[in-house]
Design a protein around this ligand. Sequence first.
Ligand code: AMP
Ligand code: ZN
Ligand code: FE
Ligand code: FE
Length: 285
Amino acid sequence: MTDTFPTSSPTFGRIDLHTHSNASDGTLTPAELAEMAVRRGVSVLALTDHDTTDGLAICAAACAGRDLEFIPGIELSTDVGDHEVHILGYFVNPRSERLASALENLREQRVDRTRRIVDKLRQLGLDISWERVRELAGPGSIGRPHIARAMIERGDVSSVSEAFDRYIGAGRPGFVPRTSKRPEEAVGLLADIGAVPVLAHPFSTGDVLGILAALIPMGLRGMEVHYGEYSIGQRAELAAIAARHGLIPTGGSDYHGPSFKEGRELGSVDVPLDTVALLRKVITA
Ligand code: AMP
Ligand code: ZN
Ligand code: FE
Ligand code: FE
């Protein structure tokens, strides 16, 4: 995939607007992520950790002075029923007190929910240690992937995907729903603090048009169209929906570290070069 990237195309460049570091559930530190971006020829990098801005300052510092533009971002996790609705926010100000207090709240809910999932798994007879899950998350935004890693260590499952499919994904025996924000609130919060709210991996919502109808009035400005796990046909379908609703089509790899999943290597998704200018126009308008 990487080797065939059309570097000579006037409309595509190495832009990755969806990445995670170990400030949430990625495996690279924010500085290592910047290094990896340089190594892979990425020219614009957004760090969008789940429910935290803790990695932004270090990543920005690591990008400074390199040939690498940095966009501070975030990905807020919400769900509706059994479906995940994730909202990306671009050009977030980590010093916003409103954002900080919302994130503090989400952090507490993450700890509570992750702990309840561990309890449920223990009731199912899996001897997962809460202390080990905490250790694996470190100071970062804790979540199900850290439980999955603890399960792999114990040999309960052989991959993160297997942990989700068998135990901790929606509808599985260890699943506990989130009690956090609704997607409307997440979009409203990001719009209020001057960030650009974008719907991540729209097919995860189970109802793209329904969710857009709820989120556009709250200030949604874009939608992820170029997503590595979506087929060319799905991307075309999303591009048409975005155009119809006046949403900026964005994209990225949803990077979580090397060899995470097929289609998820840093800089591996073709994102049009003008995306960054379109996002920037929203905050400077
Ligand atoms: P949480 O934030 O605790 O709800 O965990 C959800 C996160 O786990 C998502 O944002 C993804 O980063 C990751 N995830 C979800 N499903 C899978 C899967 N099937 N395989 C690997 N990672 C997944
Ligand atoms: Zn993640
Ligand atoms: Fe996501
Ligand atoms: Fe993500």
